[in-house]
Design a protein around this ligand. Sequence first.
Ligand SMILES: [Zn+2]
Length: 228
Amino acid sequence: MPSTVKYHINKTQGEEHELPCIKCTGKTAHKVLASVDIRGEDGDSNFSFEWATDNQIVQCLGCKTVSFRKASSNSEDYHQINEEGDCEYSIDEMLYPTRIEGIKGLGDETHYLPSNVRKIYDETLMALSSQAPVLAGIGLRALLETVCKEKNATGRDLLKKIDSLVSAGILTPASAAILHKIRTLGNAAAHEMKPHSDKQLRLAMDIVEHLLKDVYILPKQVESEFEK
Ligand SMILES: [Zn+2]
């Protein structure tokens, strides 16, 4: 059997999928607005192999945000779904922009950040939502370093710098204690190439986002809302 590849336009249009949304919390229904669906076949008289790749423009039915979903499957990759032995093809799903349920980032508030902090924040968020845990860990540490530098923290190492921000009244001792945990987290990622668990990284990102809010975002917002 010769190999064949067919391109179908809008074969999966109108389908609905539960996907994490870029803006909404949790998973929401997304509708396929348009698609290019590729179907392939390969093999010989003894063996045949089929594969499918759906390239879909999808829209969240809650906030109407439009994004992209690529779903791939093939006739060799399936798993059992119940005790009766029924099977389902495994679907390898990729979403663009990349996202992870529960990670929303600071959104529009990032424009209050100094440009160098914002740049590292955006990249760290991207690493985190692209499931690149080593890079996300290094990014979190780099964010701490950059905030310290930007706030003129003093000291030889990050430990001393974080403590100096407490003395300067920029950080509370409680926040500093939490940041020390992230500092050691970044150490392991940078020097031992040891990735952290999703949960640790998400928590660390939450903490760093709080720090960015306290240090940069809230003061600017208060300044613009309550005139001096
Ligand atoms: Zn949405």
